[in-house]
Design a protein. Structure first.
Length: 138
């Protein structure tokens, strides 16, 4: 049920973002780009979040009892941290969260820059309607 609800939420966000990008007002286009960016981030997180069940954090007690940090068993196809003497488990990939965090920061900076440009356009021309701006620019 959670995957279905999350997929439905992501598709609705994609639809709303696409709808707003196709509007005539620059402010609505900016909001649409932001919503579309959030939808992409949710999609990336949803792909990586349901691949495992444990977090890839090894505590001090686990390291002290086995005297090792972690071992990858490439021969057996285990690419996640595995302690000596324990059963291999499926870990959630932390790279997904790192990529989404980077995407959020880049999206924030890009949105701030676009908002500043829209503000300057409104100050200069007195409108944010794309059709009116096309007529003003010739």
């Amino acid at each position: 049920m959670n995957n279905t609800l999350l997929s439905l939420t992501i598709s609705i966000l994609f639809g709303i973002g696409t709808f707003l990008i196709l509007r005539r007002d620059i402010v609505k286009v900016i909001i649409g780009l932001s919503i579309l960016s959030h939808a992409v981030n949710l999609l990336i997180v949803s792909v990586g979040a349901f691949s495992g069940k444990d977090v890839p954090i090894i505590t001090h007690d686990e390291v002290a009892s086995t005297n090792t940090i972690f071992i990858d068993s490439l021969i057996n196809g285990i690419f996640a941290p595995m302690l000596n003497g324990t059963n291999p488990t499926q870990y959630v990939d932390p790279l997904v969260q790192a990529l989404v965090l980077t995407a959020i920061v880049i999206s924030l900076a890009t949105t701030a820059m676009i908002i500043i440009l829209a503000y300057r356009i409104h100050e200069e021309y007195g409108t944010t309607d794309i059709q009116k701006l096309k007529r003003l620019w010739g």
